[in-house]
Design a protein around this ligand. Sequence first.
Ligand code: NAP
Length: 312
Amino acid sequence: MLGASGYAGRELCALILRHPRLSLAYATANSQKGETAFLPGGGSVTFDAADAIDLDRAKLAFSALPHGASAEWVARAREAGVKVVDLSADLRIGNGASTGIPYGLTEWNRDAVRGAAVVANPGCYPTSALLAILPLLTQGLVAPGAVINIQASSGVTGAGLTARLDLLFGEITENYRAYGVGNSHRHLKEMRAMVEGKDVELLFTPHLLPVARGILSTITVPLRAALPDVLAPFRAQYASEPFIEVTPDLPELRQVNGRNVVRLTARAVDGLRAPTLQVFSAIDNLMKGAAGQALQNANLMLGLEEPMGLPQ
Ligand SMILES: NC(=O)c1ccc[n+]([C@@H]2O[C@H](COP(=O)([O-])OP(=O)(O)OC[C@H]3O[C@@H](n4cnc5c(N)ncnc54)[C@H](OP(=O)(O)O)[C@@H]3O)[C@@H](O)[C@H]2O)c1
């Protein structure tokens, strides 16, 4: 586990320690090297400096390093013959990475992930939004030329374990604000890449919620025609998916936090001339949005059962 002391890394260490078939070969940190941390759900881990480990002690490495720092370690791991799931954006589709590295949105890329030596795990916001949008796009239900409006709110762990004035408790608590406005957030690159070839545009506005974890996305989609059953496209797409819950109720963060699931629903919008759908999607940014999906991909890459060791 590279970058084990961060929010996503600690979550992954905890999942690995409880996994029936995996064991933790090493857990690296930068400034926290040598320190011991308690893990979510119990257990603890002591961090080694990244330069002090033998990468080839593992069959597969997870990299939860920051963008920019990760690609170099993925290359080192590959030189040591180790498979890698990279949680950073460095190798994701749309981010200038070389082709041939599957984008690990598992439910949409399972076959490519299964045979891959390296998988680029998606960002948290893109996981929440793409799982909601792709069924409508692939079933030809979206109005040509539509602007799909993604309004999403994330808990503060989405920003990583960084010391920043705007992320201090006093700035976050009892507060709520947009950021990355003007359609400028870095996650747009991978979302746009995943809808390439479809006649739609994406408008994405992230917000910061005064909670530790969880993302709720409200996505407004202009349709070709009103849908007789607004849940049918999602139920048809995800009928056999263990980690996607299509529900008539509006999803809430408390229903998904700590679980490797996305919870989805949809509603027809009243009072507009054009037929319009709203899709609501909730995930835990650290689980289905990061560590959980990374383990889902790793299970496939290692020939294990996909849901093994994952909290449903
Ligand atoms: N947080 C989320 O919700 C989320 C969701 C999806 C994807 N991701 C992605 O997953 C990755 C990890 O995210 P995070 O939120 O867990 O980040 P984080 O909390 O900032 O943790 C980063 C980790 O990398 C280590 N590190 C930092 N710079 C390093 C360097 N130059 N060399 C070696 N180790 C270094 C840190 O160790 P020290 O702290 O000891 O220095 C820490 O273990 C990021 O690329 C992020 O974009 C995060």
